[in-house]
Design a protein around this ligand. Structure first.
Ligand code: PLP
Length: 410
């Protein structure tokens, strides 16, 4: 470079201006700095089962090892026939209407497919109804695709079910789709059939597409039933997402899928777009696809975790009781998944900024939680805990949290 030349600086794309993904954000960076300098941090921030001692079923590992040499090449863009056939059978069990093998797409996790499905749909200014709180990738991907996320409220007073009146009030001429996350991350809610039916009625009235993220559908507790919203909407176009990251403790393998169902005639052009983007990424990780059939068939070891005596169930009960025993903290009992979204009495603790709260807790007690704002929650009064660690570890965390809150800003 010749002397006197001003260096060109490379800024990030403006497309990222409104994109937020705090699950791995500034507080996490601070925790990483603390760890790099030798401080142990208890991480209650990421829903990644493997580091907490949840093992992948042996059968899945053996099966992948055996098939590895057959998985060296690309697969068809939508995925291996065996994987898609197994997913199709899964769709039948969940009563998804009008699903054929061509309606199933595998992806590098549900994450890739969330991005792809929104990119294929949205033009600038198109609106998508997204829950608040949400799994923030949904809001981020609507923004990235040039769309506008419009948040409908999930109501803590009503077990975190979507507020249908709020949803209705937020529909405009530009609304194209409703996103439903059921079971929900971060609240742990499981939506009853009547609530799903009301969402379907609204989608029907306004001719909206439904995106349903059901990655926790095999982690439902208390003997409750998970209903796929698409099963209630044979006349609407629905896209249902799920995968093996959580149910089979293989978040690192990166395997998920989406299923198109119902009235595909209204979405012919969109499906062409989906196919184009699917072709452009060539295919998803083939070794990971190769175990879908084994994983979805036969004994589901995850079932042992979610019943009394099972780790997820017992840890859920523990964290629920322990949090509610802390003065100034209340939490709705999660019915599924492995997250709880407690509420803080912000007046008592004088909290106005939930990022500051997360940082203060991190610095004082070396506990990493995710602030509610990271889930597009509008008030500074919530945070999320991942209850994957063992009860001894959760007890240590809640004892420290209780101690912290006994003096915080008082
Ligand atoms: N959807 C929800 C609701 C999630 O909680 C997660 C991960 O935490 C994902 C999607 C992404 O999962 P995957 O590992 O399949 O990309």
């Amino acid at each position: 470079i010749t002397e006197g030349t001003t260096m060109r600086h490379f800024g990030k794309s403006r497309k990222l201006d409104d994109v937020l993904y705090d699950v791995r954000g500034p507080v996490v960076d601070e925790a990483a700095r603390m760890e790099a300098s030798g401080t142990h941090v208890l991480k209650l921030n990421i829903g990644n089962p493997a580091p907490f001692g949840f093992r992948t079923p042996d059968e899945v590992i053996y099966d992948m090892a055996r098939q590895l040499t057959d998985c060296e090449g690309y697969s068809a863009s939508k995925g291996l026939f065996s994987a898609r056939k197994a997913i199709m059978q899964y769709a039948q069990i969940k009563h998804l209407p009008n699903v054929g093998i061509e309606d199933i797409y595998t992806g590098n996790g549900v994450s890739e497919l969330i991005n792809l499905s929104l990119s294929a749909l949205l033009d600038d200014g198109d609106e998508v109804l997204v829950p608040s709180p949400d799994y923030p990738l949904w809001t981020a991907c609507v923004n990235l695709a040039g769309g506008t996320p419009v948040h409908y409220v999930c109501d803590e007073q009503s077990e975190w079910n979507p507020d249908i009146d709020d949803m209705r009030a937020k529909i405009t001429d530009r609304t194209k789709a409703i996103v439903v996350i059921n079971p929900n991350n971060p609240t742990g809610a499981l939506y009853p059939r009547e609530v799903l039916q009301q969402i379907v009625d609204l989608a029907r009235e306004h001719q909206l597409m439904i995106f349903s993220d059901e990655i926790y559908d095999r982690l439902v507790m208390d003997g409750l039933e998970h209903v796929s919203i698409a099963s209630l909407a044979p006349d609407l176009f629905c896209v249902t997402f799920s995968g093996l990251s959580k149910s089979h403790m293989i978040a690192g393998f990166r395997v998920g899928w989406m299923i198109l169902s119902g009235n595909k005639n209204v979405a012919r052009d969109y499906i062409e777009g989906l196919n184009m983007l699917t072709n452009m990424r060539i295919c998803s990780n083939v070794p990971a696809q190769s175990i879908v059939q084994t994983a979805l068939g036969g004994h589901q070891s995850v079932n042992d975790y979610i019943v009394p005596g099972g780790r997820v169930y017992e840890q859920r009960d523990f964290i629920y009781e322990a949090l509610n025993a802390i003065p100034g903290v209340t939490a709705v009992k999660p019915k599924a998944g492995f997250y709880i979204f407690p509420k803080l009495d912000v007046k008592r603790f004088n909290i106005t900024d939930d990022e500051q709260f997360a940082l203060d807790l991190l610095h004082d007690k070396r506990i990493l939680i995710t602030r509610g704002g990271g889930f597009n929650w509008g008030e500074p009064d919530h945070f999320r805990i991942v209850y994957l660690p063992r009860i001894e570890v959760l007890r240590d965390a809640t004892d420290k949290l209780a101690d912290f809150l006994s003096y915080y800003r008082q």
